[in-house]
Design a protein around this ligand. Structure first.
Ligand code: 13P
Length: 308
């Protein structure tokens, strides 16, 4: 291939995308430059739904590894690429298949609801998948007499318990970024910005102690939609700070305060425009869930997609 000179990385990405018949899916926590060139920038649920319907040949997933695995499970015939194989997820690493098998043995009647932030192998041992957008809906769809095992996020699980009024067995996992958001800091920010609405992601480590302070508890996409509709002009945002780019871009006249400036996911931030160029040019790095595993992991994901 003769080397063409481009005036910007963005232009190079767009040209490679056309050449490869590729789409770029970016999570709301990606750096601004990636959000801006993506075909879709969204939360994990919308990204999975979009992946399931695309007719592109190549899906470049700029997020973290479990999201690309989900795309591979839903689109076994597509080439799914990630810009950096080291972009993992601290939360997804909090439960493995041996631990889950042991927990299931202790609760043989238990129905396993797995947050989408889990590996394909863990999903394959689960009954339902959920995201932060639909976790309450998914649990409400399960008959009330069933015992529920919720993995791996303890704080999202506590939120679902509060919303559904059900006792749920909770796995003690957490997101190492969301636990940096502290209740004491939120109280201070609310004092400094009394007119600001406080929006909180259910993965926050201070979730259980500050749930009563939140104006809304929402997924990342829920925050985007809510801010658009709300008459408020200021917002305190308790989640990974990447979302502020999209919020500010969509609402240039509104003001956003991160609940914690250090809530920056170093995995999400491993992806760069340069790596996306390399990825599309060299068709690297492929994420392919083996067929037999994908067939099992697809069931809980498809159950979720039917509920929402
Ligand atoms: P959302 O589904 O709200 O985008 O959250 C995904 C995630 O990975 C949060 O850590």
């Amino acid at each position: 291939m003769s080397k063409v000179l481009y005036s910007s990385l963005e232009e190079e990405v767009l040209s490679l995308k056309r050449e490869r018949n590729a789409i770029i899916l970016a999570h709301n926590y990606q750096i601004g430059e990636i959000q801006d060139i993506a075909d879709l920038c969204a939360d994990s649920l919308r990204l999975a739904q979009y992946a399931a319907k695309t007719d592109a040949d190549v899906i470049l997933f700029s997020g973290v590894h479990f999201m690309a695995e989900t795309a591979s499970i839903l689109c076994p015939d597509k080439l799914v690429l990630v810009p950096d194989l080291e972009a993992g997820c601290s939360l997804a690493g909090m439960v493995d298949t041996d631990q889950l098998k042991k927990w299931k043995d202790e609760h043989p009647e238990g129905v396993v609801v797995a947050y989408v932030n889990t590996s394909a192998a863990v999903k394959a041992l689960s009954d339902y998948c959920c995201t932060s957008t639909n976790a309450v809906k998914v649990v409400n769809s399960i008959p009330r007499d069933k015992e529920i095992l919720f993995i791996p996020d303890y704080f999202l699980g506590r939120y679902v318990e509060a919303q559904t009024g059900r006792a749920i067995h909770l796995w003690p996992g957490y997101c190492t970024i969301h636990v940096r958001i502290k209740g004491s800091e939120i109280e201070k920010l609310k004092g400094e910005h009394p007119k600001a609405e406080f929006l909180m992601h259910p993965e926050c480590g201070c979730m259980t102690s500050t749930m009563h302070l939140a104006d809304r508890i929402l997924s990342t996409e829920g925050m985007v939609n809510y801010v658009h509709e709300s008459p408020a002009q200021e917002f305190i945002i308790a989640t990974e700070t990447g979302i502020l780019h999209r919020l500010q871009k969509d609402n240039p006249h509104k003001t956003f305060y991160p609940a914690a400036r250090n809530a920056v996911c170093e995995y999400m931030k491993r992806n760069t425009l340069e790596k996306i160029v390399d990825s599309l040019e060299n068709l690297q790095y492929e994420v392919k869930v083996p067929k037999e595993l994908a067939n099992r992991a697809r069931l809980p994901i498809e159950r979720m997609l039917k509920i929402v």
